[in-house]
Design a protein around this ligand. Structure first.
Ligand code: PLP
Length: 414
């Protein structure tokens, strides 16, 4: 990993951690530029397909610019994300707009920006896009996101491809989609997509997705609809526990090239987590220690306002100490400062004996970390810092409480 000891000192890539800690208030995120670009290049080589970064995983402008420079396109799910992608310099032809609920204004904005595809997620949405096309006398390129009814075998809260999930158009409505697209003069159906969930660990599940999408594409062609794009979603699982393997990407690469050999359309993926999760850590300070009911609590300054995943999905993140690792291990529960009992970052973990003002590191937080942070309990959004070899730069300033207060307005009757 990017944190390592050199001559008895702790480094994150080429930067002395102490230097960053001394000049920045915790908690803060640190990202490794090298891990991001190496991961991207490796994935692109192995999959030999187009990659659209699911920017919800980490929409920071610097991260987006880096992804774009690596060659990624962007997968966005709101007009806000679309604006972020455009602002970071993504070519509109390398942006796809998914999302289970898009407003008319959002769709119009995407059309105006001439992005590659708007992926419709309901029959109503296809009709709405066609109506907008008619009103503006335009023919709009769309894709359709199908819900293939495949269980991704992941946590319920991040499953998106079972028939009871809210995402996509049921694969059972395939014929309806085909006839609707044929009878709608203001849309041009150019692509199909699916995304069945996040944190998928088995390539066999992707095998099912690939087969279903291949058959679906074949059916479109047999009905005279020429597809240019087939998007196979994201969801590549990483393993948050120490020394466990991630989804077998090499195998995935072999699978995709065998199923989609010599097809007349472009195949793409839209991973988020896999591209960035491992590149990020949080540095946090211990505010206080206590024993309640026999549990050794470490109360840290990073909580669910900094990293929501543990409270929201019971997600695991490795937590390690930065102090002397020779000391005897103690069983700890690491909790944040927020007034919610669910604000626990890690339960029952072994760490060398800790005291207030020590620092801890939370691993693998590059994806769905800062992007899901909030200012709950009026704690400002955390600082984010990008490290490139021996240089580092703030890429997101800590949110200032006066900025938060200023956004409220008091009506004149008060
Ligand atoms: N594509 C869509 C439509 C999504 O909703 C998501 C995540 O929610 C992704 C891609 C990225 O998923 P992951 O970060 O697991 O790769």
């Amino acid at each position: 990993m990017n944190i390592h000891f050199k001559e008895n000192k702790l480094f994150f890539e080429g930067v002395l951690l102490e230097d960053i800690i001394q000049s920045h208030k915790t908690p803060f995120y640190l990202y490794s530029q090298k891990v991001i670009s190496d991961t991207y290049k490796n994935l692109e080589n192995i999959l030999s397909s187009e990659i659209f970064f699911a920017i919800k995983a980490n929409p920071n402008q610097a991260i987006l610019k880096l992804m774009k420079n690596c060659g990624a396109g962007a997968d966005v799910v709101s007009a806000g994300e679309l604006q972020r992608a455009l602002h970071a310099g993504f070519d509109p032809r390398k942006i796809i707009f998914e999302g289970v609920g898009k407003s008319k204004e959002e769709i119009e904005f995407a059309i105006q920006k001439k992005i590659r595809l708007i992926n419709a997620e309901s029959i109503d949405e296809i009709k709405l896009i066609n109506k907008i096309g008619k009103e503006t006398n335009a023919i709009i390129n769309i894709g359709v996101r199908f819900n293939p009814n495949i269980d991704s075998n992941t946590l319920d809260k991040i499953s998106t491809g079972k028939k009871t999930d809210k995402f996509g158009i049921s694969i059972e409505q395939l014929n309806e989609v085909i006839s609707l697209s044929k009878s709608s003069d203001h849309i041009n159906l150019k692509g199909i997509s699916c995304h069945i969930g996040s944190q998928i660990q088995s390539t066999a599940i992707f095998g099912k997705v690939f087969d279903t999408m291949k058959k679906t594409a074949d059916l479109f062609f047999s009905c005279g609809i020429v597809l240019e794009y087939v998007d196979l979603g994201g969801g590549f699982g990483i393993n948050y526990e120490k020394n466990h393997n991630d989804l077998d990407i090499v195998n995935l690469g072999k699978l995709v090239s065998s199923v989609f050999k010599n097809v007349p359309y472009k195949v793409s993926f839209e991973p988020g987590r896999y591209l960035i999760a491992r590149a990020g850590i949080i540095i946090t300070k211990i505010l206080t220690t206590k024993n309640n009911g026999g549990i050794n609590f470490l109360i840290i300054d990073a909580g669910m306002q900094t990293l929501l995943r543990p409270a929201m999905y019971a997600a695991l993140h490795r937590v390690e100490a930065l102090n002397d690792l020779q000391e005897k291990n103690i069983n700890y529960t690491v909790a944040g400062p927020i007034c919610e009992s669910s604000d626990i970052i890690a339960k029952d973990i072994q760490l060398p004996m800790q005291k207030s003002d020590n620092y801890l590191v939370i691993h693998d937080v590059g994806a769905y970390g800062a992007s899901m942070a909030s200012n709950y309990n009026s704690r400002g959004l955390p600082t984010e810092i990008l490290v490139n070899e021996n240089k580092f730069s703030i890429i997101h300033e800590e949110e200032n409480i006066s900025e938060i207060i200023e956004r409220d307005t008091i009506p004149d009757w008060l």
